[in-house]
Design a protein. Structure first.
Length: 159
């Protein structure tokens, strides 16, 4: 069984970009000389730069997009190019009822889990929190020939 509940580790940091060498500008200050020998200097710890941006996973993106449509924050046609097959029709029927719309606090994706039934397919479930209420949403993603993920089925836990 290939069920995953945790997120994968972050990729290793990239090296910094090269600095600019412009011959038209003065060289600036001469290089510094170390105040103590290299053998007695403490080891420096390299940390990941603060500007590194992690790419969101398709499960996270689709959960946020479907939540926006099913809570009435976005129109259904916003998902047209991200769906395949009957999923758009199912989504349009679900969005008419706005099953995840709430009065008061805005619904948010609380947790996401997924199952890999076969190569190029993900079955995803999400817990949606709005205030003190907890709801469920499930959808299936399939990888197309153009290497883009598309939603092929949508369900909610609302009656």
């Amino acid at each position: 069984m290939k069920k995953f509940m945790t997120r994968p580790a972050r990729p290793p940091p990239r090296p910094p970009p090269p600095t600019r060498r412009d011959s038209r500008r003065p060289g600036g200050a001469p290089p510094r000389t170390p105040s103590r020998p290299a053998a007695t200097r403490p080891e420096t710890v390299r940390t990941q730069p603060a500007t590194a941006v992690r790419q969101p996973r398709p499960t996270d993106l689709f959960a946020e997009r479907l939540l926006a449509v099913l809570s009435g924050q976005r129109p259904v046609h916003w998902m047209l190019r991200h769906t395949a097959g009957r999923a758009y029709d199912d989504l349009a029927r679900l969005a008419e009822r706005s099953p995840l719309r709430t009065l008061g606090s805005r619904p948010v994706v609380q947790d996401i889990g997924y199952y890999v039934p076969s190569q190029g397919a993900l079955e995803v479930f999400a817990r949606i929190a709005a205030g003190d209420r907890l709801r469920a949403m499930a959808f299936r993603l399939e990888l197309g020939k153009d290497l883009r993920w598309r939603c092929t089925a949508v369900e909610t836990g609302a009656p």
